[in-house]
Design a protein around this ligand. Sequence first.
Ligand code: HEC
Ligand SMILES: [Cu+2]
Length: 334
Amino acid sequence: MRGARLGVVALGLLAVPLLSSCTGGMLDPQSPRADKVIVLWWVMLGTSSVIFVFLCGLLLWGLRRASRNSARAREGQLNRDRYLVLGGGIALPVTVMVVLMVLTVWAGRSITEAAGSDAVTVEVIGHQWWWEVRYPDTGLVTANEIHIPSGEPVNILLKSEDVIHSFWVPELSGKIDLIPGRTNSLIIEASHPGEFRGQCAEFCGLQHAGMRILVVAEDRDSFDQWVQEQGEPAPALNPADDAQLWEGQQAFLGSACVYCHTIRGTNGSGTLGPDLTHIASRQRLASNMIPNTRGHLAGWILDPQAVKPGTQMPPTQLSADQLDALLDYLESLK
Ligand code: HEC
Ligand SMILES: [Cu+2]
């Protein structure tokens, strides 16, 4: 009996690091704002552990007392019981709730409090099952990979195109829902350059788990350069000089791709799928599910359902030459 109880306690303790992911993750914030969320988390864990142990003690004490119940004992205890009910049943819970509420508001404000008016703003729009990313200040559009300057608060505006999603990059911030017809906001700040992985945190359908996001924080100069490069349209092609790339572009414009994808600088202006103007510059494909290599790209184009069952992108039939040219073209879109 005792052994079994100890086993349960040990399992419970083990679950804490497991559920919060041991490497980095929520318990290892890399942001001055997420720091406050983690303070709140520890205070809540600490308080509830103490209360839990205290209640277990009370329960055992009550059980023992009940078994020795006698009229004499009962008389003296009535008074004490009243204090126990008033103290433990009213004063203690009210105090604990108020303290936790104040802390929650304090931590919540740190992640939603407006950044300065010169802060970078990023609009993140949830789709089943990928992230559209827009920088309204510069008109830049990309997907699935957010770049931010490190050491600066960044405004994230969250919207949804279909169902409720939730934006969560544990090392940088708490999570906030993306709700259709509404704009929520969140401030993130990376204290140093680095890459931070995130995940949709509200069940949104079949590929919910396949809706990952990557935040790349870099120093101001690299960030400005990235913005500059991503703002450029795809280079104009001339069939005489770049026959192969031209073929590839024709394959893109001549097949269904063009209805769903935009490549700025061409006639392709579909918006059902991610903007591909700089697809070769992204680290991963399909909402960060597969590496951005030629092989994975080919597999994705020919049979996206095999990679991400349920995804909104249909398979495309292409001849070997067409596929080869299309891959060359997409890989040139740096
Ligand atoms: C019916 C619309 C549709 C068509 C047609 C379509 N796609 Fe897509 N595509 C999507 C959607 C939606 C996604 C996002 C899928 C996801 O991550 O779940 C996507 C994702 C992609 C990605 C990964 C982008 C990223 O940022 O991860 C590439 C590359 C791509 N498509 C290329 C193509 C090419 C090339 C064609 C034509 C051969 C094509 N697509 C046809 C809708 C479409
Ligand atoms: Cu989701």
